[in-house]
Design a protein around this ligand. Sequence first.
Ligand code: PLP
Length: 379
Amino acid sequence: MELATLMIHAGAEPDPSTGAIMTPIYQTSTFVQQAPGVHKGYEYARSQNPTRFALESALAAIEQGKYALAFSSGVAATDAVLKLLQPGDEVIAANDMYGGTYRLFTKVYEKFGIHFKFTDTTLPQNVQNAISPKTKLIWIETPTNPLMNITDIAAIAAIAKKANVLLCVDNTFASPFLQNPLLLGADIVMHSATKYLSGHSDVIQGCLVMNDDALRDQLYFIQKSCGAVPGPMDCFLVLRGIKTLHVRMERHCENGATVAHFLRNHPKVAHVYWCGFEDHPGYAVAQKQMRGYGGMMSFTLKDDSVENAKRVLSSTHLFSLAESLGGVESLINHPASMTHASIPREERLKNGLTDSLIRLSVGIEDEKDLIDDLNKAIG
Ligand SMILES: *Cc1c(COP(=O)(O)O)cnc(C)c1O
């Protein structure tokens, strides 16, 4: 089935008891058994919930995987992957990624004896060089948040396979509509479903998608044992969001291209980070592994003082000043003080994330209004 059809039909069986076309919100904590151990496959809602199962089967289908597991947030999904590891294990991670992932790795898992090596994964050789006998996991994000760097998933997957190391790809920025890492050799795909999957800025949720049976069993065990499961109402919302993912993403891509080109041609803009430009260092790889370039981008101004950046950040009307991304409405964000404040300043600067960088999540409004809003704010 083509992706657009899958988005609408995957996981959606009419409700067996009533024929309801939409999966009901099974707002229940437990399920009645006919006799001890005799039941319909549902015992207790932390372990099994029909609304969550419908969502998980939709997520697996649209990410071109066999299994999916939903979590109460994106970081809870990341946390579940880290729980596969033992003290003494090493993780190779991208040096430009979501601040909350960096915080979880360095502030929570370091103290349990897991070691992290951060490197520029846009050069696969760096990952190869960082591999040691203790390496158990490679964690990458592509495109990255907020600098839109591109890592070659197939190249990293080949390195991971040779070293017998798991590769997990945070696919939040691309969404399953633009990129499917499992098809490129990744072992696990992670999403913050809070973003494009839900698409309406009304839910916090995460998920993991994988093909391997044993890996699925281990992660399901962690999901039910540690308990970071999403509630049925939230599962319903993400399931509904997925039904329009393809049409939303097409418009995010169109508007993203228009806004990126507008910014690049603006006399007061210094640099635009967007992976759809032919002279973007990752363009060839992006073209190979993505179906479009999305609506995420960052830019700097020629007057690169923090005050000037803050002036623009406070002057837009349609672009709301807020963390998060991937909703139908456009957002503007200051990574240094908002989404990436948990990364130490020297680390940020080393990786090119300056104090004056502005990030946009371009929504699906009319592009003329978006350009007009930015034009007035940049002044
Ligand atoms: C938001 C985000 C996360 C964390 O997800 P939550 O749902 O906020 O817990 C992880 N990775 C990326 C790329 C994100 O944008």
